[in-house]
Design a protein around this ligand. Structure first.
Ligand code: PHE
Length: 344
């Protein structure tokens, strides 16, 4: 280490030492003694360092010199701040401002648990080559239903009958319309993840809220097969829940995928006593191979391109992860929840 490095290091520890002492000075006499010790022109410690600059090679001097000036300014500023606080305390009378009282701890915010899970899921898909996409929460019937191969007289439209606005617009009931918006704009290959809020006329209960987060995934390219579909989602589940996680695809129905599946996972958990146990099967998403009709609706040749899509509910996944029994707490707006579920 050369001389300028050791001077810079001395300056840094001097800065910490001086700022700590100044900020804790409890009376005017102590504060004055600190001024002499650190900032004094003749015997002050910062002045001493500035004086020793002469012994450095000329090209090193500006670097150390400007750092010394910065430290002096910082200590001076802290000193003035403390001085005015102590002066005010003195004139107000000690009873009114008791400097020995502990400070109030600032409230520290934290990322919402559902968004923590969205970020975790996103990281996994990002590493698999996906990009992030988003779409509007106010949608037209075309994007929410029709383009997704769901004619407006289809029974699922009744189930999704939801918050309508003027002019055939509605609050989207799922994030699947983002599939259509992305495919309209970007030619394949497409690999996207689209998180966002969706709205349904659901009565709130421990596993339903009328507004909730969904996370849509879509892959469209040449030669995408059912094998890619299963392998991608199984890989996701193993990375998210651990390598022993098992994945099951149950036949299902969605108008915009064919074939369609519900994807379940069975996790291996280690209990408090160290024993290892498998959980029951748990449904985590709806998914399937993109229906050729959807590709045709956006002008993509289904003979050439195929793909898969999936949609999951991160609130349920977060509830599972954090051991929450009632997902309504995610919307109650009680900030104590965020404090408890903050990541370390
Ligand atoms: N949009 C479906 C839902 O909300 C989920 C889904 C997404 C199914 C993509 C298949 C493909 O239930």
């Amino acid at each position: 280490m050369d001389d300028s490095d050791s001077l810079l290091e001395a300056l840094r520890s001097l800065e910490v030492e001086a700022l700590t002492a100044v900020r804790h000075a409890s009376d005017a006499a102590t504060l004055e003694a600190l001024r002499v010790r650190y900032l004094g022109r003749k015997d002050g410690r910062i002045s001493a360092i500035l004086r020793s600059l002469g012994s450095l090679p000329p090209q090193e001097r500006p670097r150390v010199g400007s750092e010394a000036n910065r430290v002096r300014d910082a200590v001076e500023a802290a000193w003035r701040e403390r001085k005015s606080l102590l002066d005010r305390a003195a004139s107000a009378g000690r009873e009114e401002l008791d400097l020995s009282l502990p400070g109030r701890e600032a409230w520290r915010g934290a990322k919402h648990p559902v968004l923590q899970v969205v970020d975790e899921i996103w990281e996994i898909f990002r590493s698999l080559g996906f990009t992030r996409a988003r779409g509007p929460e106010v949608e037209s019937e075309w994007y929410n239903f029709v383009a997704l191969n769901t004619p407006l007289d289809h029974p699922v439209v009744d189930e999704a009958d939801t918050f309508y606005l003027k002019g055939g617009y509605l609050l989207r009931t799922h994030t699947s319309p983002v599939q259509v918006r992305v495919l309209e704009k970007y030619p394949p290959p497409v690999r996207i993840i689209a998180p966002g809020m969706v709205y349904r006329r659901d009565t709130p209960d421990p596993t339903h809220t009328p507004a909730f987060m969904q996370l849509e995934g879509l892959v469209v390219d040449e030669g995408i097969s059912f094998v890619d579909f299963k392998a991608t989602l199984a890989e996701f589940a193993r990375r998210f829940w651990g390598p022993e996680t098992r994945v099951r695809f149950r036949p299902s129905f969605f108008p915009f995928t064919e074939p369609s599946a519900e994807v379940d996972v069975k996790r291996v958990v280690t209990k408090a006593d160290g024993s290892v146990e498998e959980t029951p099967w748990l449904e985590i998403m709806g998914a399937g191979m993109v229906d050729p009709a959807v590709l045709e609706n956006v002008g993509i040749d289904p003979e050439r391109y195929t793909g898969f899509a999936f949609g999951m509910g991160p609130a349920r996944i977060a509830a599972l992860k954090f051991g929450i029994k009632d997902i309504r707490v995610f919307f109650d707006n009680d900030v104590r929840l965020l404090g408890q579920l903050a990541l370390p």
